[in-house]
Design a protein around this ligand. Sequence first.
Ligand SMILES: Cc1ncc(COP(=O)(O)O)c(C=O)c1O
Length: 460
Amino acid sequence: MSKDSMNVDKFRSFFPIFNTKADSSSRLSSWDNELTPSPSTIPSRRFQLWRARPDSPVRRSLGVDVIRNPCSLHYPLIYLDSSSTAQVPLEVVEAMNQYYLSYKANVGRGVYCFAERATQEYEQARATIAKFIGAKSKEIIFTSGATAGINMIAQSWASHHLQRGDEIIISAVEHHSNFLPWQELARHLGLVVKIAPITVDGVVDFEKFTELLSHTTKLVAMVHTSNVVGGTNDIEKITQAAHSVGAAVLVDASQSIAHQAIDVGAMNIDFLVFSGHKLFGPTGTGVVYVRADRIPQMSPSSFGGGMVFSVGETESSYRPFPHGFEAGTPNVAGAIGLRAAVDFVEKNIDFSILMKHETALVQTMIAGLSQLPGIQILSFQPVADGAHAHMVTFVSDKYHAHDIAAYLDRYGIAVRAGHHCVQLFHQACNINASVRISFAGYNTLTEVDFCLQKLHELLG
Ligand SMILES: Cc1ncc(COP(=O)(O)O)c(C=O)c1O
């Protein structure tokens, strides 16, 4: 990587999904001209993903208007949905393959040599990931993702320490995964969930947030970077205010983990969660950080094999944290893959350079979209020096978000359309869906330009 700019070509070359060569001269193939309905007649549900060649019998027999391969035969893939899940570099797949092909064994159980190797690799993954976020191994639990992690904190910590009338504060742009576990817990325990509004910069309105804080606030559960408006909260400031009234702080770092350095110690938070698949890692992996002094307040919420110390007919005892909180066979390959992803990030990403690169992509996209009539940009627009964003979310008054996404898909461009699991925000905006274009280090300005060209053709 050069000193101050992202070597995107090199970074991109690590990801097998981008290495499929497509002939750019076939961009406007007769197949597309012949079969594509005019934009105004595109019904979003008629599009299907199908791996079929244009002339295949299955395709003819289905008689569908447009069928295209997600890795298009006609267009190079332009992947603008990394906020949903990031693509994986080869070394992540190779690390997982190596486990499956040469030392697959359960962990924390067998005494034969490769079972011990599997256990060592699994624990090494825990240590590597802990170090990556400034934590200690013994403060880290593996889960299947951020959703499972938040649910586990709700059950293993909050359900034991919060009582009727206690309050939880979240923000107005929380992913459903950081809203529904609290709404459910509130229903069961008689708690109150309060929602802090956000500013035009897509971050929590700090003044309004502090007005909600009181000695009945027991937990502040806050997104770090929003997955819909892209603003990044000042967690240190929020934590200081929350701690001043005795509330614990849980941070959902699912969107920030692949885009900026995270140091749980500097943030001084109590809990943190993220999903591995957003960090160039495998799906079905996630991490929960619990600050050491909170660990004695945690009780297991899932019971079974692997977490047991001793079992009796009427009472049993469990292993200490973290193993006592990982009941059943864990996702060993996933943890090993996630460790490879963290190694990959540490080797290939300089976050300060990445942030500049992503912000430039966002700024170019916003500048292009702003020239179109009837576009409303809902996400944070970074104009100040040092501001960072990695997504652009918008609506058009001409086409539904699904139709825009389906149209772009015809040109190999993958974007997200819908409510992005943040329905409350969309309801507050009086819309039911938006288009989200999200970036990672492998995206280029050329891709942004091509996407804008297609959006101008559709919406201009
Ligand atoms: C901010 C945020 N929180 C939580 C989640 C849930 O992640 P997962 O589905 O991997 O559990 C997501 C996924 O999009 C997210 O963006």
